[in-house]
Design a protein around this ligand. Structure first.
Ligand code: C2O
Ligand code: CU
Ligand code: CU
Length: 489
């Protein structure tokens, strides 16, 4: 990789902030071209422990604490839920009740969000305004509706100002909502992808204002906390991969050369028939529900560069996040397919056709403008991150919607970087410019709004009332102000 101080020094130039936090980064693997070739580890893939609901209920305690974990064969001081990176996988069914007792063993306030679940944002539900102080415990309860969509979801802390640090530090886990009808697969794997930087002392260095402005990216990209783990399978086996992009800022463009990938859906969106794909782009926060049919040979699960723009003129330079350059390529896992071929698996049954709001009457139309500017509370005062000209204020309601209504939002990004916009509780249907189009309905709970571009979405504010949030899922941007409050009533 590059000399340690260079990244910090590049564009901050005369600002005098150079390298404070960046120094020491990457000493562990600094001798090689660390970011392109991840350290070879090749351990067998581990999967987080799974907890399943029984008789419609799942109750567990989540301990957020600092501890020593192994990353790429070295020991590091990180944070985790129940001593695992990732934390346990929670398996639920539509209609289930979930109880999570969060204990905060960190030295900063925290809280919990169940990303993508369609549950109430009020009280001790999926309430992002709850704060759990160090040493305290909080009981969350979530009731999934009987028609909750199946798919891959996840949980992570959501305390404004600390979300990026805490997720980068290891606090996340997967949630699966099972299909009403089983899709045949020989095995399922949960692959939580995250990135992290660990210094020579095994610590996670704090980030510079510049890194926050760009959105921090870790030097290592991990799968279930491992560096380039090994997977094996037999030819013709069909596996189900549940993939979470838990990176704070890094976009993933996943490829698995030579293997057959069929995408069942992204987030809680589901296609009626799975789509054969060559690559899958996941913004921070997105999940993929994927079928892989094995082909003889060795394949590497890689992430390819994704250009999410640059800070551009704002910082007087043109520095781009590493993940947008050739160095953004990383080897995530290695799959070996050998042995006797198994009998071919039957085609996937047709899935229920996704709901389509393009024909619905729209009660309100809104414009949301995502912007980056000079000054503000963001990035140590260097930058402002705003939605409709305002930084986050938890005391203010920015958008009031009528429960049960359908709205159309035009998301405009005036900045030179992409922003993945996320709305809690209610998923968004991407309708594009041509609302009358007949393409299959595309649903997401994190929608990418490319640099200097516009995206149109429709949202049905069904089932729940209460206050929640929408924000950029580059969590450094969210922590620095790019978040708003919505209330349904
Ligand atoms: Cu995954 Cu409001 O977050
Ligand atoms: Cu969320
Ligand atoms: Cu952003």
């Amino acid at each position: 990789m590059e000399p340690i101080s260079r990244r910090g020094a590049l564009t901050l130039g005369g600002l005098g902030l150079v390298g404070i936090a960046v120094g020491g980064v990457g000493l562990l693997w600094s001798s090689s071209s660390a970011r392109t070739a991840q350290p070879l580890a090749g351990e067998k893939l581990r999967e987080p422990p799974e907890l399943r609901s029984a008789n419609g209920r799942l109750q567990l305690r989540l301990d957020a604490a600092q501890g020593t974990v192994e990353i790429g064969g070295r020991s590091a001081t990180a944070w985790s839920f129940n001593r695992g990176i990732p934390g346990p996988t929670l398996r639920l069914k539509a209609g289930d009740w979930l109880g999570l007792t969060l204990h905060n063993g960190l030295d900063k306030p925290t809280n919990l969000h169940v990303h993508g679940l369609h549950v109430s944002p009020e009280g001790n539900g999926d309430n992002p305004f709850v704060m759990v102080e160090p040493g305290e415990t909080f009981d969350y309860e979530y009731q999934l509706p009987a028609d909750h969509p199946p798919g891959v979801f996840w949980y992570h802390p959501h305390h404004h100002g600390f979300a990026a640090d805490q997720i980068f530090g290891g606090l996340y886990g997967a949630i699966i909502v099972e299909d009403p009808e089983t899709i045949e697969a020989v095995r399922e794997r949960v692959l939580v992808i995250s990135d992290i930087t660990v210094d020579g002392q095994g610590h996670i260095p704090s980030v510079s204002p510049m890194e926050q402005m760009m959105g921090r990216e870790g030097e290592l990209v991990l799968v279930n906390g491992q560096v380039n783990p090994r997977l094996s399978a037999r030819p013709s086996e069909r596996e189900r991969w549940r993939i979470v992009n838990a990176c704070v800022s890094r976009y993933l463009r996943l490829q698995l050369d030579g293997q057959r990938m069929q995408l069942l859906g992204i987030d809680s969106g589901r296609f009626a028939t799975p789509r054969t794909v060559e690559d899958i782009v996941l913004t921070p926060g997105n999940r993929a529900d994927l079928l892989v049919t094995m082909v003889d040979g060795t394949a590497v699960l890689e992430t390819q560069p994704y250009n999410r723009g640059s800070a551009g003129a704002i910082m007087g330079g043109n520095e781009q996040p590493r993940s947008g350059t050739a160095a953004g390529r990383a080897r995530l896992a290695t799959l070996t397919v050998t042995g006797e071929s198994v009998a071919a698996v039957p085609e996937v049954p047709v899935q229920p056709t996704p709901r389509d709001l393009r024909g619905s009457a729209v009660t309100a139309r809104r414009e949301l403008t995502l912007a980056m500017g000079m000054g503000g509370m963001g990035s140590g005062g260097l930058m402002s991150f705003t939605i409709n000209g305002q930084e986050f204020d938890g005391e203010r309601v920015d958008i009031m919607v009528e429960a049960g209504s359908v709205e159309e939002w035009t998301l405009t990004n005036t900045s030179s970087m992409d922003h993945p916009l996320h709305l809690h509780v209610w998923p968004m249907q991407v309708v594009g410019a041509d609302v009358g189009g007949s393409d299959p309905a595309i649903w997401r709970d994190v929608v990418n709004v490319p640099a200097r571009d516009q995206v149109r979405v429709r949202i049905a504010f069904d089932d729940f009332k209460g206050r929640s949030v929408y924000h950029c899922h580059i969590l450094d941007h969210e922590d620095n102000g790019m978040m708003g409050v919505i209330e349904a009533r």
